[in-house]
Design a protein around this ligand. Structure first.
Ligand code: ZN
Ligand code: ZN
Length: 344
């Protein structure tokens, strides 16, 4: 079996994956069946991912099968299908000890800081696995990208009286829209400067259908008018664009909350008088927590979370380079999630 290694920006080459080591106590050996692609992979492919070293085997959105377990493993059994929490935390730093493995000081993300799902077989701590007796490998590979949205929403603590604005209708923004809907806020709006992306809102199934808002020349006015003249009380920025992130301060209602889900490389600035006058809460959201994974699997298993329309593109492993060339080019259909069958 062969796989693809990203040798340098824009260049995949075929390699034979190394043999995975047998699981040590606490570890599991898994076979990767599905791997979702996302912006992180594309930035690495384009050479735009900071702290990224080549060559690298990509893959952090994974649906896997357990082949063997080490001593003392109780989380999973051989044959289990699992989602993988790809954020390898040290377990010993201050953040880990305080319950923030998603923000571990030494975090290593599979497929980013260390080789990921394209190893095809990998040995990892069993505590990174979240099993399901019901879900398909497709669904399990969607758990990680969905968990980014779930975590951001859990950070925001949305109430029924909230007016929620989500900036950016990419996979992360739509995941946020999904989980925000479970809180049944007074109003839920998804805005994007690319109006065609908002068509996805009518193709997916949400617990509360979000209103689409195409942003054009005067975003603040357009936002206010979509909220009946009021400011949104909870804003999620899922664009990662510095300008959009800074504008959140003027969009937000007094007493409002801003959550940055998307990240950017620049230094942002804001007006402190505005921040104080409005008594805003500004939150970052990074990766996700083990509980976010469990919550999503539970919702999927119980039929409360419908993910069928999420996978817009499919490729066998042999066509991985073509997948990168097509789905991320602006031509063609809008890509929400491309899924690679690593077992095909
Ligand atoms: Zn991803
Ligand atoms: Zn740590």
């Amino acid at each position: 079996m062969h796989t693809w290694i990203l040798n340098q920006p824009g260049q995949f080459t075929v390699v034979q994956p190394a043999h995975p080591h047998n699981p040590a106590p606490g570890e599991a050996l898994v076979k990767v069946h599905r791997m979702g692609l996302c912006g992180t992979d594309y930035h690495a492919y384009r050479g735009e991912q900071p702290y990224f070293a080549y060559p690298r085997l990509l893959g952090h959105e994974l649906g896997v099968e357990v082949l063997a377990i080490g001593q003392g493993v109780s989380e999973v059994r051989v044959g289990d299908r699992c989602a993988v929490r790809p954020y390898l935390a040290c377990g010993q730093c201050d953040a880990c000890l305080r319950g923030y493995p998603n923000a571990c000081e030494q975090i290593k993300v599979l497929g980013v800081h260390t080789d990921g799902g394209l190893q095809l077989f990998l040995t990892l701590p069993a505590s990174q696995l979240h099993r399901s007796g019901k879900l398909s490998f497709d669904d399990l590979a969607l758990v990680e990208p969905l968990s980014i949205g779930a975590h951001a929403v859990n950070r925001a603590k949305i109430k029924a009286e909230d007016r929620v604005l989500i900036l950016g209708a990419g996979p992360i923004g739509l995941a946020v829209a999904t989980f925000a809907g479970f809180h049944q806020p007074q109003q839920l709006v998804v805005a994007d400067v690319q109006a065609q992306r908002l068509r996805l809102l009518s193709q997916l199934s949400f617990p509360q259908t979000p209103q689409p808002l195409p942003l054009a020349q005067h975003p603040l006015e357009e936002i206010l008018s979509s909220f009946g003249g009021k400011n949104p009380t909870v804003i999620f920025d899922a664009t990662g664009h510095p300008q959009s992130m800074e504008q959140c301060f003027s969009y937000a209602a007094h007493g409002g909350t801003i959550v940055y889900v998307g990240l950017c490389r620049q230094t942002l600035s804001f007006s402190d008088p505005l921040f104080h006058q409005k008594e805003l809460s500004l939150l970052a959201s990074r990766n996700s927590q083990p509980a976010d994974f469990d919550q999503i699997i539970h919702l999927m298993e119980n039929g409360h979370l419908h993910t069928k329309a999420w996978i817009t593109h499919r490729y066998p492993l042999s066509q991985l380079p073509q997948a990168f060339e097509t789905i991320f080019s602006s031509a063609g259909d809008i890509c929400l999630k491309a899924m690679i069958a690593t077992d095909a």
